[in-house]
Write a protein that binds this ligand. Structure first.
Ligand code: GLU
Length: 496
């Protein structure tokens, strides 16, 4: 059998290490079998998907060496590989129509108010909240009436009312899920866009995917996908649900506790080989137990059945240790120098830094000290460094958290936009600009005196700046759940 695997990220944010993790196992498995690895962009959430995010996903997977055989930027026989383009071709609509025709799906005209009430009543009664099936029973005349009055509708799939679905997963015993626990999933939204569930089934089939390797958060959706395959008369690909990556405290990997953007690791000066090696160690190990291995070595001894389902912890300290081994053991001095230059010690980067520094030095020897914060990772700070004149510790924490949220919402990372963003924050918080900027300054530059803040932030880039803001928040003891809720409320009340 010709193996074809795919990774299917949604371009709605930073390129996530979880995406690279899936891509690595998809690629290793495909390569082991001389098969193909496909990159598909799941951008049917038009409001949240952005071209910048897609580009960052492509760039960061490429940086890691996770090259795809077919994808949005590589011609292939099963394109287009971007779902928005597939929507434009009417690909999903056609299967939605077919499902309706065969009685496997139906148009649902229920308003969101009705659905909210229905779910509320179900939850109050302690029932599983799901669609009650009202529109399944509409007559042809009812549908004609709605068509005439152009009532907005979604298309939902029909789900058996009883029995169980058996989900077969390569890494697990059979999983039984009662159909009563499955909602009549919306397949086509009222704007004509498919939901993930319809799109993933149609695309995996048309792209001849043989093995679906994805995160275990999708196990509960598998019955819907299995049923859709049956309805459409298609063979179900094999399922491989990978364990979820965890924070060191075992909660689901989250950017609040760990940097999750691949670009952060690139910016921090990790080697792509080491990051890949580390991702490969999560949930898998070499038969001889050796922790340091290259991608090719992983492929040579890969065995999908040896993936372990124990919750793999993404531990930056361990990754750092492994990166050190790669630096010491696998790079010649020549290669070390080349990598360093590629990373940041290059002319292009210097030309960004020099305009900020040249006013502040008289001889070259002063340069390293003044510019060091632009080349370092997390600044060395203590709680005392974050004690700021005119501000209570609570206020410092709040300003840093608000600055972080503001910066997370910023799509284009430019000096002037950063300037506007933080001026706006000061105004919204009804505080002096100087007071609001002071803690941000320390968090970013590591000291209260340094080159202009927004220019520095522009050079450092979004991932490093957000990580430094988070770093300072953590130095101040972090924000607990309860406090976070309170701050979120206050932040949302600031307006946009
Ligand atoms: N777009 C989904 C995600 O981001 C893809 C899940 C899948 O691989 O089926 O997780």
């Amino acid at each position: 059998m010709k193996v074809r695997t795919r990774v299917a990220p949604s371009p709605t944010g930073d390129p996530h290490v979880g995406t690279a993790y899936m891509a690595l196992f998809c690629l290793a498995f495909a390569r082991q079998h001389g098969g193909q690895f496909i990159l598909r962009i799941e951008d049917t959430d038009a409001a949240r998907s952005t071209p910048e995010s897609e580009q960052q996903i492509l760039d960061s997977l490429r940086w890691l060496g996770l090259d795809w055989d077919e994808g949005p930027d590589v011609e292939g026989p099963f394109g287009p590989y971007r779902q928005s383009e597939r929507v434009a071709q009417g690909l999903y609509q056609q299967y939605s129509d077919q499902l309706i025709e065969n009685g496997h799906a139906f148009k649902c005209y229920c308003t969101s108010e009705r659905l909210d009430e229905m779910r509320k009543a179900q939850t109050e009664k302690g029932e599983f909240a799901k669609y009650d099936g009202q529109c399944i029973h509409l007559s042809a005349a009812d549908h004609a009436e709605h068509l005439k009055s152009e009532t907005p509708f979604v298309v939902r799939m029909v789900i058996p009312t009883q029995g169980t679905c058996i989900v077969k997963d390569k890494l697990r015993d059979d999983i039984e899920i009662d159909w009563s626990q499955i909602d009549m999933q919306v397949l086509l939204k009222s704007d004509g866009n498919p939901t993930y569930h319809l799109a993933v089934v149609v695309d995996d089939h048309l792209m001849e995917i043989t093995h679906i390797i994805r995160g275990e958060e999708w196990i509960n959706s598998a019955p819907k996908h299995i049923l859709l395959h049956q309805y459409l008369g298609w063979d179900m690909p094999e399922l491989v649900h990978m364990p979820l990556l965890r924070n060191p405290d075992k909660s689901k990997l989250s950017k609040r506790k760990n940097p999750t953007s691949i670009l952060f690791y690139q910016r921090m000066g990790f080697l792509p080989e080491a990051v890949l090696n580390y991702l490969g160690m999560l949930g898998w190990s070499m038969p001889d137990g050796e922790e340091k291995f290259s991608f090719q070595e992983m492929v040579d001894s890969f065995d999908i059945d040896r993936i372990s389902l124990g919750a793999p912890v993404f531990d930056v300290d361990k990754l750092t240790w492994l990166n050190g081994r790669w630096l010491r053991e696998s790079l010649s001095d020549d290669e070390f120098a080349d990598r360093l230059v590629d990373w940041a010690y290059n002319r292009e980067n210097l030309l960004k830094v020099i305009p900020l520094i040249r006013e502040r030095v008289d001889v070259f020897t002063e340069l390293a000290g003044k510019a060091s914060f632009l080349l370092e990772g997390m600044p060395e700070l203590t709680e005392a460094d974050l004690q700021i004149k005119n501000l209570e510790p609570e206020d410092v924490l709040k300003i840093l958290q608000f600055a972080l949220w503001k910066s997370e919402a910023l799509r284009t990372w430019e000096r002037d936009l950063l300037n506007d963003l933080f001026m706006q924050l000061a105004e919204q918080m009804d505080r002096k600009v100087r007071d609001v900027l002071a803690p941000i300054f320390v968090a970013i530059a590591g000291s209260p005196v340094s080159p202009p803040l927004f220019d520095s932030m522009a050079i450092l880039g979004p991932d490093m700046c957000r990580a430094r803001l988070r770093h300072s928040i953590n130095i101040l003891g972090g924000v607990g759940k309860k406090k976070m809720k309170k701050l979120e409320k206050e932040f949302n009340a600031l307006g946009r």
